[in-house]
Write a protein that binds this ligand. Structure first.
Ligand SMILES: Nc1ncnc2c1ncn2[C@@H]1O[C@H](COP(=O)(O)OP(=O)(O)OP(=O)(O)O)[C@@H](O)[C@H]1O
Ligand SMILES: [Mg+2]
Length: 421
């Protein structure tokens, strides 16, 4: 075993079942049973990676591939997702020596005034005809050797692109095309596009979940870590088997073996800061406060820490669940972070002063809420008091990487933004 960094990066673990299912569907498609594979799961779970593995399988079979990635729903022009697909030589028409008109300009007009976008607004028969033309060209391109279309991050596709995709999927049967679309969604969440596509008869879902302990062990060993049972359990508990988090934690553990202890992997702090910046300010304030309350937390305690009625937390809590940060706990009103490591990353973004203030608020909230029956909660109170004093003591203060996305901008002293409430 070589064990070099490149080997570790190339290693794919724990996805044999998913990979063989997707490969089987691909082979079925090549035999004329065209299909859509919708791959869903949270950020970092391995959707893009599965698309890459499928792309490698296509290359090995000599099947042309077109790959498109949605970026930002608001900045994409109508049908923007389709541009790289329709520009692909195998689809565009160059394959016939340039004698055919470019499919994009034929169907969409010039980029500034897309014919299809205009006619779509009018809901005209023109749109129907153009969709049919795209389908015809794709089916034709798939004829000789099959065709793999990969749409990554479909959750960000513009509406027009999603409509064209849905139209294609409805008529995939009988073509030699496999459409693989990745869609970031927490379990149970997802918007209309996902539901609409999932309901299509030609669609299969591959919902990715966390890696097993055995797969984690394999990754840790490949990274050169001893991977004894305790360590595997700890990594499993911190990451819930999310491959991105496992990889980053493994990288940090390797660094620690070389250079001594660290806290949270820098890339996880950055990725978390990015995700945090995508949710509303009330949801951000909630997550920062909950990160101090603990990996499992009670909405009542967090509301008290923030100084707001618990009912006001319901909206932000729903948002945090939909964004995959938290899941419901075992009892009503209890929640926990989906990944302990992400909680640590949120906490790592707080300044020492914010930590001190929130730990003090945490201790006060528990004392007030459980007055008269505090015994069960004394350990939590003590933990908050100790952490509050450590946060202010320069000797014990841990280095605190700041979250990139201006964490306290617009947040009042209570950690709760003044507007919009
Ligand atoms: N089964 C696996 N074994 C090893 N590494 C994996 C596995 N799945 C994913 N990875 C690695 O984990 C990281 C995250 O995976 P990937 O980018 O595919 O996630 P994603 O689901 O597409 O996330 P996002 O929604 O943020 O785009 C990548 O470095 C990828 O190579
Ligand atoms: Mg991805």
């Amino acid at each position: 075993m070589g064990g070099g960094a490149a080997d570790v990066a190339a290693l794919m673990v724990g996805r044999d079942r998913e990979l063989s299912r997707v490969t089987r569907l691909f082979d079925d498609a090549l035999a004329g049973q065209g299909r859509l594979v919708l791959c869903t799961g949270e950020s970092g779970i391995g959707k893009t990676r599965l698309g890459e593995e499928l792309t490698a399988a296509a290359a090995a079979r000599g099947v042309p591939v077109a790959w498109a990635r949605a970026a930002d729903r608001d900045s994409s022009p109508p049908y923007g997702l389709w541009r790289p697909v329709l520009d692909e030589p195998a689809i565009r028409g160059d394959a016939w020596g340039g004698s055919r008109p470019d499919l994009w300009s034929h169907v969409f007009g010039d980029a500034a005034r897309p014919v299809l976008a205009e006619s779509a607004d009018a809901g005209s028969a023109h749109r129907f005809a153009l969709f049919a033309e795209v389908r015809r060209r794709l089916a034709e391109a798939a004829g000789p050797a099959g065709l793999l279309l990969v749409f990554d991050d479909l959750q960000w596709a513009d509406e027009a692109s999603a409509a064209l995709l849905t139209d294609l999927v409805r008529q995939l049967h009988g073509t030699r095309m496999l459409v693989f679309a990745s869609y970031r969604a927490s379990p149970g969440a997802g918007d209309e596009t996902l539901l609409r596509l999932s309901a299509e008869a030609n669609a299969d879902r591959v919902d990715l979940h966390g890696l097993t302990a055995q797969a984690i062990e394999e990754l840790l060993r490949a990274a050169g870590l001893p991977a004894h049972a305790d360590q595997v359990d700890k990594v499993h508990a911190e990451t819930d088997g999310n491959p991105f988090l496992v990889r980053e934690l493994a990288r940090m553990l390797v660094e620690q073996r070389r250079h001594g202890p660290g806290s949270v992997p820098g890339r996880v702090v950055d990725a978390t800061a990015y995700r945090l910046a995508q949710v509303s300010e009330p949801a951000q304030a909630l997550l920062r406060t909950a990160a101090v309350a603990g990996n499992s937390f009670s909405a009542g305690v967090v509301a008290r820490m923030l100084g707001v009625p618990v009912l006001r937390l319901l909206g932000p809590l729903d948002e945090c669940r939909a964004a995959g940060f938290v899941v419901a706990g075992d009892h009503p009103g209890d929640y926990r972070f989906s990944h302990a490591l992400v909680r640590s990353a949120v906490a790592a973004g707080l300044s020492a002063e914010e930590q001190r203030r929130l730990h003090t608020a945490g201790a006060d909230a528990i004392e007030a809420l459980y007055e008269g029956r505090l015994r069960l909660h004394l350990a939590d109170v003590a933990r908050h008091r100790v952490e509050a004093s450590l946060a202010t003591c320069p000797v014990h203060r841990r280095p605190q990487p700041r979250l990139a996305a201006g964490p306290s901008g617009g947040v009042t002293g209570s950690g709760w933004p003044a507007p919009p409430w």
